[in-house]
Ligand binder design. Structure first.
Ligand code: HEM
Ligand SMILES: [Ca+2]
Length: 795
């Protein structure tokens, strides 16, 4: 080893590089041109060769990053609201009386639940309903927090009813009271996070995300509330789902779904399924809402076994079932009129005041690969091998490792193996569901594959680090590998993925473009990084429209061998166990185009989600998304549109700027007012700006979320002067990361295009994994206490 230097070896101009977007360009590794992907593809002559003959692309230096402003959090109590005199009389004694009544109400609810169960109303094992619950999971801590939040909610409900408080007055009326001044003072103790000096000065994040913000220790912690861009909208001001502006019922989400959404093949011209898959990975890192459960943790049944509605006396108060019309083109075949839906668990409000409900995020809000490591210390410990810094795996003899088995065998879950009718073979004995930091690795085979790549990369890093630093113990190796892997994921997210989803211009406007070199000093300790409810409840679900109903297995020659039908494979990872398949899925992800974000969704999600084998039907994800938005109290499309800089529509015809006339006609038939349109369904249908997969409103919500996640994270990978900051040599190496490199280093895929999110083309050709076109991380800057090392660096 010689001296490690940072100098770029100048790249010889083998080819003359044309101007790109009017700017001088230079030949570089394709990964360094990721944010310019659209211009590079559309400008002739941008395919070039790096000095050693490997393919590169011509593109300019990164454009100037404006310092976009974060949006302000909405104020809970609008100062213009004047409290009516009887509301002003409200005092702590009335709150305490209501709290007693609220506690009593909760006990009644439990009795009611027991009565309903004894009537034989329960979720049947293996049903799509049971699988939906499994998707959400449930832990004792989240159940405990939800219960405490429920006490606060019941208290608020009693106050509102007794004092007849108008929903507009509710926020100001209730936010005057803090828990600590009432009989509920001992509730929500999880908000009292404690951090010691070691944690605050640690180079490594905590596992549950706490102690990241030094002044607000809870910010970003798992099991805390989602944040709001706009205040919530509930019919009673605290929790009842909204009604139409004219006071009537809103259209059923299933009716909206069948009226607006169809299953047509509309593939993207340039994006691969990796684009969808990485989105889901981010989703499982950042968020996990949980549905409420019965006291004992079992799922709540909200429809009768025969697919009809339950009678009012058998309906649990946490149910919010979706109506299916008798003439539904699909479900009518099964005589089904009820689609089960359970409301999301509540969090303790960060302000610990009385007020509207806020939903809980069971994952750490940060981009910290909690889906690999877990969102709390106990889960993290279960995942560790406790030697050499590694994570647990399932060893496969001569083959590469798989995720460890989950060991969870809830009696309600459908089997993790495929039925013989589908696979043609008897279920192999070694097939188990997988365990990871997030509870949904098995949701589809390609999700399991993606989780596997990150698991293998962790163990690969730990092994390499151990070679460089034989004196490091298990803990040090684990934490250093974890810190590197998280940074790689953050770099991929902001360098390769996000510029394709929201477009370079939006990235630039908000200052989200990654730096090409040097450190960032972007950290803003006043910014809450927390996930926004409009993001989780609507905007980031845009990815559902990109899903391919028939994921392909493609071989090393890039020839499609087979495709699977998604409906058979939810929570059945069996295909991943077949030797060779994992690689074929990986190549499929890099070959098959993803679908566009629009009114077209695969039927695998809208009629067959979590289908129980042999039933012929499952759930409708579009309807669930719309209902979830109402459950979470999201304001409607028009308000978000206005927040995001478009003119508020006075009537339906004002929507012509962003919507097709046919769609506006459909909205008119469904909704009685333009102010009633649900955010999710409008968002996916907005016209897309050039180079963006999503329309302006989702673009704005997503961009703001990623701004908060970057500037509100004290451990963001390119920050300077923080305990977790890298040296400049280390940061230089982290910036070499690409999704292609992670796949190359952790599978038996040997050729890949440098940007796996884009289909193969001139400026993104298939290259060998050994090629400098897919640069490798050099871990020598992590070698400790050694003489300055040096070697010849290439890019
Ligand atoms: C085959 C692929 C996918 C399946 C089967 C799937 C399934 C689901 C289901 C069942 C839910 C819960 C619905 C409810 O509220 O009841 C959900 C939520 C969600 N999905 Fe997906 N999804 C897929 C892909 C994606 C992708 C590609 C993205 C993003 C790019 C995404 C983002 C989200 C988000 C943000 C939520 C909210 C999560 C939460 O509240 O915890 N999903 N998805
Ligand atoms: Ca996380």
């Amino acid at each position: 080893y010689g001296t490690y230097t940072l100098a770029y070896k100048p790249v010889e101009k083998v080819y003359y590089c044309p101007k790109v977007g009017g700017l001088e360009s230079r030949c570089r590794p394709i990964r360094d041109c990721a944010v310019w992907h659209d211009l590079v593809e559309s400008t002739p002559g941008t395919a070039c060769q790096l000095s050693d003959g490997y393919p590169g692309a011509c593109c300019p230096d990164l454009p100037y990053n404006y310092n976009g402003k974060a949006l302000k959090e909405p104020v809970t109590c609008d100062p213009n609201v004047e409290l009516e005199s009887h509301v002003q009389c409200l005092d702590v004694f009335s709150i305490n009386a209501a709290a007693a009544a609220g506690n009593f109400q909760l006990r009644l609810n439990v009795e009611n639940e027991n009565r309903i169960s004894s009537n034989g109303i329960e979720v049947s094992p293996g049903s799509s309903r049971a699988t939906h619950q499994r998707f959400f999971g449930s832990s004792e801590e989240t159940r405990g927090i939800n219960k405490e939040a429920q006490v606060g909610l019941e208290t608020a409900v009693h106050i509102i009813q007794r004092f007849k408080i108008d929903s507009k007055q509710v926020p100001c009326a209730l936010s005057r009271f803090k828990y600590e001044d009432t009989d509920l003072a001992d509730k929500c103790a999880t908000l009292d996070v404690k951090c010691n000096e070691t944690q605050l000065n640690s180079p490594f994040r905590t596992l549950d995300g706490s102690c990241n913000n030094v002044e607000n220790l809870i910010w970003g912690r798992s099991n805390s509330q989602y944040m709001r861009m706009l205040n919530s909208e509930f019919n009673d001001g605290v929790q009842e789902p909204r009604k139409a502006k004219n006071g009537e019922k809103l259209p059923s989400p299933r009716l909206v779904s069948i009226s607006v959404v169809h299953d047509l093949d509309r593939p993207s011209e340039t994006g691969t399924v990796w684009l969808m898959q990485y989105g889901q990975l981010l989703d499982h890192d950042m968020v996990q809402s949980q549905e409420r459960t019965l006291e004992n943790g079992n799922p709540i049944a909200c429809c009768a076994d025969d697919g009809r509605h339950l009678s009012a006396e058998n309906l649990n108060s946490h149910c919010f079932p979706i109506d299916i019309g008798e003439e539904d083109p699909f479900y009518s075949k099964f005589n089904k009129t009820c689609l089960s839906f359970v409301r999301s668990k509540l969090a303790c409000r960060n302000d610990r005041r009385f007020g509207a409900v806020e939903q809980m995020n069971a994952n750490t809000h940060f981009l910290d690969l909690s889906l690999v490591y877990g969102s709390d210390a106990a889960t993290a410990a279960e995942l560790r091998a406790n030697s050499s810094g590694k994570l647990n795996v399932t060893s496969r003899g001569g083959d590469l490792d798989l995720l460890p088995p989950s060991g969870d065998s809830s009696p309600l879950s459908a089997p993790c193996t495929l039925p013989k009718e589908v696979s043609g073979i008897d279920p192999p004995a070694d097939v188990k569901c997988f365990k990871a930091g997030d509870i949904r690795p098995d949701v589809t085979p390609t999700m399991a594959v993606t989780q596997t790549i990150f698991l293998r990369e962790h163990n690969r890093l730990a092994e390499e680090l151990a070679k460089l630093n034989p004196h490091w113990d298990d803990e040090r190796l684990y934490q250093e590998a974890r810190r590197i892997l998280i940074s790689q994921a953050q770099h991929i997210t902001y360098n390769e993925w996000l510029p394709i989803i929201i477009g370079r211009e939006k990235m630039q406007e908000l200052g989200l473009l990654p730096l090409q070199n040097g450190f960032s000093s972007d950290y803003d300790k006043t910014l809450n990084p927390g996930i926004l409810n409009a993001f989780v409840g609507a905007a980031f679900r845009f990815g559902h429209s990109m899903v391919q109903g028939k994921p392909q297995l493609v071989n090393h020659q890039r020839v499609k061998e087979r495709e699977i039908l998604l409906r058979h494979h939810f929570f059945k990872p069996q295909e991943v166990y077949t030797p060779g398949n994992l690689d074929k899925f990986l190549i499929g992800l890099a070959t098959q185009p993803s679908q566009k974000v629009d009114a077209y969704f695969t039927e695998e999600l809208t009629n067959h989600l979590f289908e129980e084998t042999g039933k012929g039907f499952g759930l409708d994800l579009v309807a669930l998304n719309i209902q979830r938005g109402r459950d979470h109290g999201l304001k409607t499309y028009n308000s978000y549109r206005e927040l995001c800089g478009y003119k508020r529509a006075k009537d339906f015809d004002d929507l012509t700027d962003l919507f097709h006339p046919d769609l506006i006609e459909r909205f008119k038939k469904l909704y009685s007012s333009v102010d009633d349109i649900d955010l999710f369904i409008a968002g996916v249908n907005e016209a897309k700006p050039r180079n963006s997969y999503v329309g302006p409103t989702f673009q704005c919500i997503i961009a703001n979320q990623f701004l908060n996640l970057k500037r509100g994270d004290r451990y963001f990978y390119d920050l300077q002067g923080q305990p977790g900051s890298f040296s400049k040599e280390q940061l230089f190496e982290i910036r070499k990361t690409s999704m292609a490199r992670l796949v190359c280093d952790n599978s038996k895929v040997y050729t890949l295009q440098p940007n796996v999110f884009k289909i193969v083309c001139d400026v993104n050709p298939l290259v060998s994994c050994d090629s400098y076109s897919i640069p490798r991380l050099d871990l020598r800057p992590w070698q400790e206490n050694s003489k300055k090392i040096s070697y010849e660096k290439r890019y």
